[in-house]
Each structure stands twice: as C-alpha cells, then as structure tokens.
Design a protein around this ligand. Sequence first.
Ligand code: BGP
Length: 487
Amino acid sequence: MNTFPKGFLWGGASADFQVEGGFDEGGRGLLSHDYETDGSLEEPRHHTMKMPDGTLIYPRSSFFYADEVPPEAEPVFLEDAYYPSHKAVDFYHHYKEDIALMAGMGFNVYRFSICWSRIYPNGEEEQPNKEGLSFYRNVINELKKYGMEPLITICHDEMPMNLALKYDGWSSRYLIDCYLKYCKTLFEHFGQDCKYWLTFNEINAVKGFGPCGTRKSDGHVRYLAAHHMFVASAKAVILGHEMMPDAKFGTMYAMSELYPASCKSEDVFHALLERRENWYFIDIMARGYYPSYAKQIWKHHGFDHLEISDEDKDILKRGQLDFVSFSYYRSNITQAGDPWFNVGGSINPYLETTPWGWPIDPLGLRHVMNTIYDRIQKPLFIVENGLGVVDQADENGYVEDDYRIEYLKDHFKAMRDAINEDGVDCIGYTMWAPVDLVSLSTGEMKKRYGFIYVDMNDKGEGSLKRTPKKSYYWMKEVISSNGSSID
Ligand code: BGP
C-alpha cells in the first residue's frame, strides 16, 4: 500500500509574526517578537533593548533570556535598525493570494497562528479588538472557500508585550485568566468553522527559550510558568469541548530525535534521562497527570518541589489533549556528561546537515512517531517539518529546489512507513512553511522554507511577488496521489 490513509490532512504551517507584517495595523498591540532585528547590528537575531541610563544593549536572543538581559532593560525600537517581522511577507494584505496558491497545491488544511495582541492588544482589555477578529474571520472564510480545514495555533511562542513586561509572562498565574478570556473569544467567533486547535507552540521549549515570557532563568520560575501553561491549556480544552463538541485539541512539541552517542551504558542512560525532559511536557498534557519522574527533572533544574493543588490536578486530568502534534526538523546526539537540551552540541558523523547545521534525518521522524505513539496511544499530527536553505531565484522568481524535494520525499517515505508498516495513527502533515517567511531563530528572510518564493530580502527590499518553486508542482502531485507519487 503506497498511499497515505484516506482523508489524510495535507497542508502547510506558519506563525503570525513570521508572515503577517502589519505589526501596527488593525489595532494590533505590541508583541513579544516585535523587537527582533535582521541582524545587521552584528549577527543574526539581535533584540534592541535599553538600560535605564540610556545604554543600548543587543541581546543575541529575545529579552526573555535572563542570563543575557538585566531585568531593568526595556525593549526599544531603534531608527537605524530593521525589524523584518514588522513587514514580514505581508500576509496581512496578501492572504487571499497566498491561500489561493496553497489551494492550487491541493492543501486540505492550513495551520496558522492567531496573534494574541491583534485580539487583545495588551492582553487585559475587557472587549476584543474587532478589527483583529475580522482579519482572522476573513482568513478562515477564504480557507473554507477552498475546502481547507483551519488548524489554529492559539499561542505561537508569543504574548502581548504588556503581559510580558508587567507580569513577567507565564510566571504569573494571572496569565491563565487572560489566556482563557482570549480562547473563549476565539471559540465564540471561529468555533463553528474550526475543528483543530493547538493550545501552544513548542511548549517544551520553556526550559531553554521560547514561549513562557519570563526573564528569569531560575528553574523553579520556569517550571512554575510551564505549570501555569499546562493548567491554561487544560482549561482551554475543557472549555473548547463544552463550546465546540466536535473540536480536537493538541499542543505542539519540538521533537528532535535524541540518540545516545555510543552504546556505552552511561551514554544510553543519559539519553533516557534527557529525553524525559520532552516526555515531561507530553505526559502531563496528553496523559493528564504529573509523572513520577517529575521530581528528578525539577532536581536537575535546581529545585525539589512544585506546589500543585488538587484542583489543578483535576483540571489536568479533565483537560487532556485529543491528539499529539509536534515539529520535527532534526535529530541530536548526547552522551554522559553533556548538559541536557544540548541542541547542536555534538555532531552526528552519519548525517548530512542543512546550511544552518541542522542534521537531516528522515528515519529519525519514523523513530519519533513510533516512540510517541507507543507511549501516548493518541493520534499524531505532524505540524512542522521542512528545509530552511538559501534559494537562488532566477529573474522571474523561479527556484529549482530539487534539494527541498529530496528532503521532503525522504521524510514522507519515513512518515508513510511509520503509518503503514509500524501501525502509527497519524492524521496529517503540515509542511513548514508553504510561503517563504521570516526565520524564528535568526530573524532572517534568506533562510527559506517555502514552496512559494517571495521577493523580499533581509532589509525589507523586494516586490513581495509570489512565485511557485519547482517543489510546488511536485507537492501538488504528492497530494493528488495521496502520497503514491513519491515512489
Ligand atoms: C519552530 C517554530 C517555527 C519555525 C521553525 C523553523 O521551532 O515553531 O516558528 O520558525 O521552528 O525554525 P527557524 O525559523 O528558526 O528556521
């Protein structure tokens, strides 16, 4: 059997601040990603911040990194810096064209995130911003016009700036209320048209970077923030199921496969312990309780107790996820003595890497699918996977991206084998990202993922013209044959 299951969801994925632009349009409030520059200051992904005495600092990473950013530093926009996400690829004004192009490939699902600060500009208003709601209503209508299922990420590594600055993000339990109000608004307005929801993006990145919005690196604060996000997610699932009986909920995990660097027992055991850092997030949210090894994780992060009330335990139990969704880009290796979450730390000599040093490992995807499914026994949804490279477009904007076709073909075969040979239940795949966009980790445009080229460079120069790449036509065949054309 060379095809994917009947009804398999094929599509693409993106995040609001990486595609939309229009950062000061439609009543949108400032977002925690708005201060990321193109890297012209020194190297990619600098954020612009100012100390109380006026001294400027450019943390390499977002201002959520406490170790790099003094707590008194405030984000600031500089006139001589360019902020690529402010314009991005202007999906805000090009959504009709982009959705039509995606429909042209035969997509039956599109994953996108709603920008929290378009709906609640500072996160605390009583009433939502109507212009924000109407933008996403238009996007959803457009998807429906082409028979595409919206897959909505409620929160993609972001929050209204006000909530980050005033409350130190998710370290405050108050954010649960703000998030629930936001979710309720989305379910009320879009619930009748949207079945698939993701409560957070890459939630397991809380430990190193990403979505929790606290400046403190202290382990206890970060895992408390994660606990608040677990409770918020579970409450959203409970509410969502009440308001939309057919809705299905997941949360997105960053799942790099992790191999022991050797068969030495110490290396293998180290890999098991390190892997648990990811399982911690999946187990709590998809099985609905804190696992017995939680204390070991806390200890590793320098604390030995997290207060979890009986009420919270009950919420976690009732608000379990319906499916497990994850991103898969690469695998990593680890050995005894390595720090946990040592992404990119050790080199796997058996794998080629992308120009950004990410090991390419299709079989690792099959491995991940099996390990998650064996453990959780809920349907999987692969919601991010793709190849970020520098594409060379010809004078018409056309890119002959055979390397992307090879990458995807190998990953699709691995995915098909996991489903057809290994018995994994996987309901869909959304490739990152159908239209070229701004990179999350580097803030650059030149790291391109798309089936569709966008004429836009790192300095914001370009016509924004969209041109399908060779992979666009290849993907169209993959979808119309439900996967059999990859042989
Ligand atoms: C994931 C994020 C995405 C995306 C992707 C690729 O971690 O959820 O937002 O950007 O990685 O990463 P990058 O853009 O850094 O190449």
